[in-house]
Design a protein around this ligand. Structure first.
Ligand code: NAD
Length: 495
């Protein structure tokens, strides 16, 4: 159990100017630096390298050289496994440092950060270390005169571009399976949350990952990410972020080398509460956590609550009670439930959504304001709108903030129509005691994930599946090993 005193020892530690990790060395970038503002108090935390297209080139060359040399790809699976296990161990021994560093950078409440960041990243490295030598090739049933073999090979140089919410966890979802399959990697964290990812780079070197196998380039998405997207020597990119950037990656892939793209994008996930839910108080509590924790900056956040008409009033007042009771503030204070909005731009966008929703006729029942402005940090009240119709922008667009919309439904068919009335298809939830109904909803909701009688959570064994404009990627689970590898067939004529 982590104590406040342990956190306080780390919270003011000076963070040196950050560098790029290229070919096993931390080095200055070619251009200027970017100031990193902490969402806790709005102060400058440190600076990161603002890499250029030339820096990206150098990182890709290092990755290519390491890949072609076989220093990693041709190591035995047992040897690769040992290093991935060692990375997991080192993440665990430095878990608190990693979590505090990440929170100072992106404002996630420390309890959640500890579980979801180092906790989850270590588990992910361990999962793929265990799995990597359980993936077999195939010998196919053929005519006796031939032998048909199917081999699974690495892709080569894999790019990974990750967002600012849960940077360690999401980076691990990509680089652990990519490394497990023998690829070399160029990783680009978000300019809003690079610090813990750079620390992970240090850990990988400490664990014995050969130089050049993992390279980390920080800086602006429009420069670094864009250069990766157009690069002719990156074979595939695993991306998590917005649909807007996902679309630009598709264009860039088409204009460059047709690199493979694995996209995990945004969502506007419906959380459907039927009147026969066994414990409505518990459902309200879990639903509130499912949208308000981490200030709503969770891709699978249950941002569209659909509730059966007969219980809409009762359920809404329970949610308001819970929302009012959340303790919001310094994310490094263990007594707070919700920390800071990750950055000023996001806070401005959240507040704009509140204004637009009100103008469009939604009824603001709770929250809607910036708070704790005197700290200099970026904090926002959990916000609830009722009278939200499917035509409203707040029903359609991803906010990525602590804003919940409530829309009542008449019956199962109506709930399903509302749930599927979205360009997104990331997560969803159904609360009911009726098993047959739960199964019908699982089949008919167009989303990658359907939670039943819960919201959020899952472990490494289940993929982060997505439908419609929420992407095509398959982070997590054994499927990710397929994602980061390619098939080769051999057709052998026997004499
Ligand atoms: P974003 O798309 O703005 O940025 C994501 C990454 O792309 C960052 O590293 C950024 O620097 C980079 N980038 C920006 N412009 C680029 C460009 N032109 N070319 C290449 N790279 C570029 O997203 P964000 O604001 O960091 O994250 C929030 C979004 O991520 C939300 O939409 C959220 O739903 C989504 N998300 C999805 C999942 C999932 O698993 N589906 C998980 C977390 C977040």
């Amino acid at each position: 159990m982590v104590t406040q005193a342990q956190i306080d020892l780390l919270r003011h530690q000076e963070i040196p100017q950050q560098k790029l990790l290229i070919n096993g060395k931390f080095k200055q970038g070619e251009a200027d630096n970017l100031a990193i503002i902490s969402p806790i108090d709005g102060a400058v935390l440190t600076h990161i390298a603002n890499a250029t297209a030339n820096d990206v080139d150098e990182a890709v060359m290092a990755a290519r050289k390491s890949y072609e040399s076989g220093i990693w790809a041709k190591q035995s699976p047992a040897a690769r496994k040992k290093i991935l296990f060692r990375i997991a161990e080192l993440i665990e021994t430095q878990a608190l440092e990693l979590a505090v560093l990440g929170v100072r950078d992106n404002g996630t409440e420390i309890g959640m950060a500890l579980r979801a960041e180092p906790g989850s990243a270590a588990g992910t490295f361990r999962y793929y270390a265990e799995a990597l030598d359980k993936i077999n090739g195939e010998v196919t049933p053929t005519d006796e005169a031939f032998l048909g073999m199917v081999l699974r090979e690495p892709l080569g140089v894999v790019g990974a571009i990750v967002p600012w919410n849960f940077p360690l966890m999401i980076a691990a979802w990509k680089i652990a399976p990519a490394l497990a399959m023998g690829n070399s990697v160029v990783l680009k964290p978000s300019e809003q949350a690079s610090l813990s990812v750079l620390k992970l780079g240090e850990i990988c070197l400490q664990a014995g990952l050969p130089e050049g196998v993992l390279n980390i380039v920080t800086g602006k998405g429009s420069v670094v990410g864009n250069a990766m997207a157009h690069h002719h020597d990156i074979d595939a990119i695993g991306f998590t972020g917005s649909g807007r950037v996902g679309a630009s990656l598709m264009q860039a892939a088409a204009q460059s080398n047709l690199k493979r793209l694995f996209l995990e994008l945004g969502g506007k996930s419906p959380n459907i509460i039927f009147a026969d839910t066994k414990d409505l108080i518990q459902a309200a509590k879990v639903s509130a956590n499912g949208i308000f924790r981490n200030s709503g900056e969770v891709c699978v956040a249950g941002s569209r609550l659909l509730v059966e008409e007969s219980i809409a009033e009762e359920f809404t007042s329970e949610l308001i009670k819970i929302a009012k009771n959340f303790k919001i503030g310094d994310p490094l204070d263990v007594t707070n439930d919700i920390g800071a909005v990750s950055n000023q731009q996001q806070l401005i966008s959240d507040i704009e959504f509140v204004g637009n929703a009100t103008q469009e006729g939604a009824n603001l029942l709770q929250g809607g304001k910036r708070i704790l402005q005197e700290t200099g940090g970026f904090y926002m009240q959990p916000t609830i709108f009722t009278d939200v119709t499917a035509e409203m922008t707040i029903f359609k667009n991803e906010v990525f903030g602590p804003i919940l919309t409530i829309t009542p439904f008449k019956d199962e068919a109506h709930a399903l129509t509302l749930a599927n009335d979205s360009i997104f298809g990331l997560a969803s939830a159904v609360w009911t005691e009726n098993l047959s109904r739960a199964h019908r909803m699982i089949r008919h909701i167009k989303a990658g994930i359907v939670y039943v009688n819960t919201y959020g959570g899952a472990d490494n064994s289940v993929p982060m599946a997505a439908a419609k404009q929420s992407g095509n990627g398959i982070d997590k689970s054994l499927h990710a090993l397929t994602t980061y590898s390619q098939l080769k067939t051999a057709w052998i004529k026997l004499s």
